[in-house]
Write a protein that binds this ligand. Sequence first.
Ligand code: PLP
Length: 226
Amino acid sequence: MITDVDVAARLNAVKGTLPDGVKLVAVSKFHPAEYIQAAYDAGQRVFGESHEQELSKKHEMLPKDIEWHFIGHLQTNKVKYIAPYISMIDAVDSVKLLKEINKQAAKHGRIIDVLLELHIAAEATKYGFTLDACREMLESGEWRALDNVRICGLMMMASNVDDEVQIRSEFNVAANFFDEVKAKYFQDHDAFRERSWGMSGDYGIAVKCRSTMVRVGTAIFGDRVY
Ligand SMILES: *Cc1c(COP(=O)(O)O)cnc(C)c1O
C-alpha cells in the first residue's frame, strides 16, 4: 500500500513531465476510493475506470465534480448505467456501441463525448477499429445522424513491448491517421481534437508523438491488486 502523500507526490511528478495542453486521465481502476480522494485533494479531477460496477460505486461515493472517463471495453448493455454521468467514453470500438451511447445519452438529455479506439498494436487480443474499419465507418456517414454523441478524437494503446522504436512507430501511425480523418471528416468539428495515447510505461514517448491526453495509472497509484 502507498500512502495519500505518495499519491499526491507521484501525481505531481507525472504532471510535471507533461507539456502544457496535455490532459492527464488518472487511471484509478482496482484502486480504493481513498487513493482517488487523495489525488482529488491534490487537484486532480479526471479519473479513468474500466469496469461499470466499480465505476458506479466510486461515482456514488466520491465528489460529484469528478470527470469520469470510461477507458475499457464497454458492453452495450452497460451503457445505460453510466450514461447519466459519464464525462467521456474513451474506447468506442463499434458502431453498435456508438449507437447505444447515442440512445442512452438522448434519454438523459445529454451529449456524451467519445473517442474512437484504434487497433494498431501487434497484439491480437486488443479491441478497437482497424484503420480500414474506422475509415469505412466514417465514410458510411451513419455517425453524422447521432446527435447525442460527440466524437472528440482517437484513442489507442501501443503494444506492450520494451522496444521503443516499435512503440513510437505505432503512435506515429495513430497521429498520421488522426490527420487523415480530421482533414476528411472533422475539418469543421472543433471538438475533434484529442489524441489519447500513452500509459505509465510509454507516456513520455506518446507526448512526443503528439498525444493530447495520457491515461496513467501505475505511475500515480502504484501496482494494481487484482
Ligand atoms: C489500465 C489502463 C491504463 C493505465 O495503465 P498503467 O500502465 O497503469 O498506466 C491506460 N489505458 C487503458 C485503456 C487501461 O486499461
